[in-house]
Design a protein around this ligand. Sequence first.
Ligand code: SAM
Length: 456
Amino acid sequence: MNLSLPQALFESFSHITVPDIDQLNQAHQLPPVVSVRLNPAKPSKAYADAMSVPWCPEGRYLDQRPNFTADPLLHAGCYYVQEASSMFLEHALKQVVDFSQRLMALDLCAAPGGKSTLLASLLNEQSLLLSNEVIPSRVSMLTENLTKWGQLNTWVSSNDPKQFAPINNLFDIVLVDAPCSGSGLFRKMPDFVNDWDMDTVHLCSQRQQRILHDIFPSVKEDGIMVYMTCSFCEEENEDIVDTILQQFDVDTCHIDMPAEWGIIETKSPAQQGYGYRFFPHLLKGEGFFLACFKKRNSGEKPNKLDPNRSRKNKTDLTSLKPYVDIDNKLGLLQNDQLILIESAHAEFAEYFAQHLKVVKKGILCGKVIRGELIPEHELAMYTKLRRDIPAVEVSLEEAVRYLQRETIDIECPAKGWFVVRYEGHNLGWIKNLGNRMNNYYPSHYRILNKNILDQI
Ligand code: SAM
């Protein structure tokens, strides 16, 4: 690789001293670090023994980039391919949030879902994560990744930050992984260098301020807001920390960590707010920035919803009993489709529907026809799908052909619906009609590369 970092980038540093700029340049001649984060709710053999990421117990470094698409365990949601530095979010959140509590969380800029899947794995079942993405074309990718992660308590919305205005003082955690000029990812995406300039940095900085201004009222008092970018620029990092501390009633949060991790702690020039910087020549990861803030308590009443008002679409769950434990669960009916949610989240279904465009709630289970469930893919991905439902275990080759949505010729002991399993992990549904087997893997998720089996 022959990658030159723009001179204007270094000239833009006015308060932060970047140690060993020559080494930073040299690090950009090396390939990017490859890492994944394991799904604790779907433990598998995939990368379990690989080297851990120091700041994230489920993070793993890989020696090289495998053909992830060809691995059925990726499609089963056993792990997520995520840049290692950004997994620091877990370490930071664990210091400032009590995850034993029932929490309401918002990931405002969520696609493709790296931070959302990380946060979802930290929250308990009573807690709820709303993963939001404003750009419509990116929502499907976010929904697919969260479907694979398989949790009941992760919902998806598609709204501009402005549209959260009526939702005041509600979220205990708000993640703002802001759109940025992307200099921290030059090594992963070298073409970004050609489009990078300081005008883009200024525009990004203005947009970041607008986003924060729009969303801050939704943070609950005593709640945490985490601001993140993958930019090296002060204007998008420490200067934004100053803006947050100047404009909002918050305290900066200090994060403890061992010095040997190589993360640089910075202080914003005017307000001395803490920030945490990741440079690829000082640790195993790409460029990243994170700062945490705690909203002060002014005594304003928290946004308490009425738990009884949202039960009008409630439906019977009997047909789901063979598939899931329905204790403390609630069924909602939407366009003839049965949706399973935690009973504790009922109040949010209608409240969010009033203000937001919610595109995924809980687990979409399927249609009930004459008392029988026609199962949906989301149900197969659900981490709590019962293990004793009819299932067929397939080989690697059969699994890949199933994921390509081809007809697979496997032995099923009876007619009806079966979940397809690879190494014990659910991939989706097939239906045995007796004379043929129908593949119900969603066509929009299928592996398009027809020759992928030759590349394994
Ligand atoms: N959090 C994601 C993850 O970990 O996978 C990455 C988020 S990416 C850095 C920033 C996201 O912000 C993009 O998905 C982008 O579409 C979205 N975005 C772009 N403009 C936005 C805006 N004006 N308000 C909110 N989000 C925006």
